[in-house]
Ligand binder design. Sequence first.
Ligand SMILES: Cc1cc2nc3c(=O)[nH]c(=O)nc-3n(C[C@H](O)[C@H](O)[C@H](O)COP(=O)(O)O)c2cc1C
Length: 368
Amino acid sequence: MSAELIFVEDFKKEAKKKVSPFGWGYYSAGSVGEQTVHENCEAYKRWRFRPRLLRYVSEVDISTTVLGSNIPFPICIAPTAHHAIACAEGEVETAQAAESLGTGMALSIYSNRTMEEVAHQAPKGTKWCHVQIVRNRDLIKHYVKRAEKAGYNGFIVTIDQAVLGNRHHRYPDGTSFAFKQLHPSTNLLESTKHFMPHMNEIRAFLHLTDGTTEWDSLDWLRSITKLPIAVKGILTSEMALKAVEHKVDGIIVSNHGGRQLDGTFASIDSLPEVVKAVNGRCDVYFDGGIRKGTDIAKAIALGAKAVFVGRPILWGLICGGKEGAQRVLEILRDELVTTMQLLGVKSLDELQTTPDLVVHESYLFSKL
Ligand SMILES: Cc1cc2nc3c(=O)[nH]c(=O)nc-3n(C[C@H](O)[C@H](O)[C@H](O)COP(=O)(O)O)c2cc1C
């Protein structure tokens, strides 16, 4: 891996050169006009720091817990599909990167390696299983029981994929969703084979996006597992209150990296509304557009307990497999520490509770 890869954006540029045009398109695409993909990154610029200086910041503690598991820094790996496009061992390398640093990884239901293979090859790491709940509950129950047996630490239920978003990205073969070029989602197929033996990749995927999931699906999931449950895809106070009502352990504020409904608010702009509605009744986590330590500091100051990172991990895997993903996490971790020192805070708690440490740019004018 090149020594010149020192910022996350370097990994992005290098990854684009190294991966196939199909792979680049699949990983980077959003839906429709990609307004939300773009805004997810741009919106951080509208949130500004108001530092407190001359405070002791020589030692900074950034350890926290996510769904009850201890992690040394508040940056985890978001569930993203199809890591075999990026590196030979696919999600096994991703999990090993997280494990080597002691942080957590969410394994996508569409992963190219099964949850059992990943657990076997990264046994010590904190791992959560991503799941979507559909009409065929036997299938999902089978998947949930596999995850429990393999030692996963909890479930992340994605709720913003009732159907697949309208992807306008055009692949080199002229199609807008190049299913045929994807490696099989062996993780999902390991469960579908028991219930729908003739199901292929495309049908299995479409089965999981059949628009049948409703809020009571969370109660059903709760009834079949004791592991913690986080719901991913919350963007509004209305949805946050529903999630609290259904007794989830955590909420992930997310718009799926702009791949589902285009035209939502940027993820970071949605965070304060959700945090306020939840009012401490469950953990709030966050993803979307994180590329720098300053982005993470802003998310935590606005109420997130920890953040999840999507595309930057994929860029790391393309550039250097396990070591590449590990390096991306280290860069973000180290940048977060420096940002906190420059802000004058030495713990995540101080970052979150110091009043007006991060404010919307309109703050200045409202005070004049
Ligand atoms: C290639 C790709 C595949 C993804 N697959 C999934 C998935 O299987 N399940 C899911 O809940 N989210 C999925 N996501 C969304 C991520 O979990 C996360 O919400 C998003 O990537 C965060 O934005 P970021 O990429 O700007 O960090 C995917 C995102 C990408 C880029």
